[in-house]
Design a protein around this ligand. Structure first.
Ligand code: NAP
Ligand code: G4F
Length: 405
């Protein structure tokens, strides 16, 4: 039985990778940090099948001991301070974890008597490209393995240092060490502070809140009024304010991202380590969308066609430096690894919204308490909400095969 060791098993990718490797018959060990609250929510369904050891990649001795004791065939490093926005305010921490942690793993492998029996995967990122892209003859922008890096954040600088170290250990010490240059990938398990999940979680909460208002006041009819920063629910008959909900606050909506689903991307990580020779690969869909387009897809999934009244721009979420355009060319991964993404952009957004509509609780503590019987009349003025339990999900469009030009 093959043994895999995952640093970052509690994260989005760690959870999908662990599931995938268990499915392949691996014995999987995951490293988790000692924290004051439980962080194993994403892997709770597979916990009994995993070996969990405590550790932190910034602790070199700990990393060395974990690698020695578990004797893995494959080591996956997914651990990082992975939020780009946060990296501007926690620069040193980001460098220590996202760059320094990788050195610790590389050194632990290099000094191990099993050095050449282990294969290493490093989670590199499209953030490395930052401001830079190449162009096809038709003027289409893209990034591939040959595009020059031009990082735009402390996170990207840390990842670039790690990426280069992996290459140096591969070339200098002959280690089987590969980096996946993964473009953005999301899922129902995505951290709530990344833009896609922030959007779908808000949509899920909003839909449930609206249901709760109707249930609380026993009203099928409410009027929705928009103020600068709130969405007010008024009684359609009396005009009385029943409750209010904060608008979705976002920063730059014009950046382009190449978004795929995490379940597809962890497959590529494993495929890289099955190759005879280590290498770097771009993993992407080849399709790029703005945050506005993600908003379209997410709101359309709950049959709101125009989201502009529901969203407000908050300068707090702008970054000191931005990555404006990401669109990966996964040609090498397709031809060498035979890797293809299976989940489209539309399906990704649809799945995330569906999950968040289902899981966000119905009751909200900030719901105003007004006795239901205080409304005597039931005349209909507006009907912008559906019958209880009938908030439907729009049909997800079929996945169109993507071809990179
Ligand atoms: P994530 O959900 O933020 O997960 C990060 C993981 O790292 C968590 O398990 C976290 O543990 C762990 N971690 C953080 N600091 C650590 C430390 N000092 N020691 C040990 N573990 C630590 O990130 P993700 O989306 O799964 O991404 C996985 C990796 O791919 C990251 O390296 C990320 O930078 C990279 N990446 C992600 C994307 C993407 O779009 N998702 C794209 C390219 C590259 P806790 O649960 O205890 O916090
Ligand atoms: O969702 P994001 O925070 O992801 P970002 O910065 O692209 O980074 C993610 O993908 C990288 C791969 O390219 C990974 F390496 C990294 O670990 C992480 O997983 O932001 C996406 C875009 C940005 O342009 C940001 O400025 O959305 C914009 N945005 C607009 N409003 C926002 C918000 N981002 C966040 N997080 N929150 C907002 O309110």
């Amino acid at each position: 039985m093959k043994k895999a060791l995952i640093f970052g098993i509690t994260g989005q990718d760690g959870s999908y990778l662990a599931e995938f490797l268990l499915g392949k018959g691996y014995e999987v060990t995951g490293v988790t940090r000692r924290v004051s609250i439980n962080t194993t929510e994403r892997i709770s369904h597979i916990l009994p099948k995993l070996n969990i050891v405590e550790g932190d990649i910034t602790d070199a001795f700990n990393v060395m001991r974990v690698i020695e004791e578990t004797e893995p065939d494959e080591v996956y490093n997914l651990a990082a301070q992975s939020h780009v926005g946060t990296s501007f305010s926690q620069t040193h921490l980001t460098l220590d974890v996202t760059a320094g942690g990788v050195w610790n793993i590389l050194e632990a492998i290099r000094h191990s008597p099993r050095c050449f029996d282990m294969r290493f995967y490093q989670a590199s990122t499209s953030e490395l490209f930052g401001k830079n892209y190449d162009e096809t003859e038709n003027g289409e922008k893209f990034q591939n393995e040959k595009t020059q890096f031009m990082p735009q954040s402390p996170y990207a600088v840390a990842k670039m240092a790690a990426h280069n170290m992996v290459r140096i250990y591969r070339e200098g010490y002959g280690m089987h060490a590969s980096s996946g240059i993964l473009f953005n990938h999301e899922s129902e398990r995505r951290g709530e502070h990344f833009v896609t999940r922030k959007i779908t979680k808000w949509v899920g909460e909003f839909v449930n809140f609206k249901r709760a208002v109707r249930k609380e006041y026993n009203l099928k009819i409410i009027e929705t009024v928009f103020t600068e920063d709130k969405i007010m629910f008024k009684c359609g008959n009396t005009g009385e304010v029943l409750s209010k909900f904060g608008k979705l606050r976002l920063g730059n909506l014009d950046a382009y991202r190449d978004w795929g689903h995490a379940a597809d991307y962890v497959r590529a990580m494993w495929m890289m380590l099955q190759q005879d020779s280590p290498d770097d690969y771009v993993i992407a869909t080849g399709e790029s969308h703005t945050i506005r387009e993600f908003l379209d897809a997410a709101f359309n999934a709950v049959e709101i066609e125009d989201w502009s009244d529901y969203v407000m721009i908050d300068p707090e979420f702008y970054r000191p430096a931005e990555v404006d355009y990401l669109r990966g060319c996964p040609r090498k991964a397709k031809s060498v690894l035979q890797w293809e993404p299976e989940i489209s952009f539309e399906e990704l957004a649809y799945r995330m919204v569906k999950h968040d509509v289902k899981t966000q609780g119905l009751q909200r503590p900030d719901l105003q308490k007004v006795p239901a019987n205080s409304f005597k009349t039931r005349q209909i003025h507006m009907s912008d909400v559906q019958e209880e339990g009938q908030e439907s999900m729009a049909q997800c469009p079929p996945h169109n095969e993507m071809e990179f030009g």
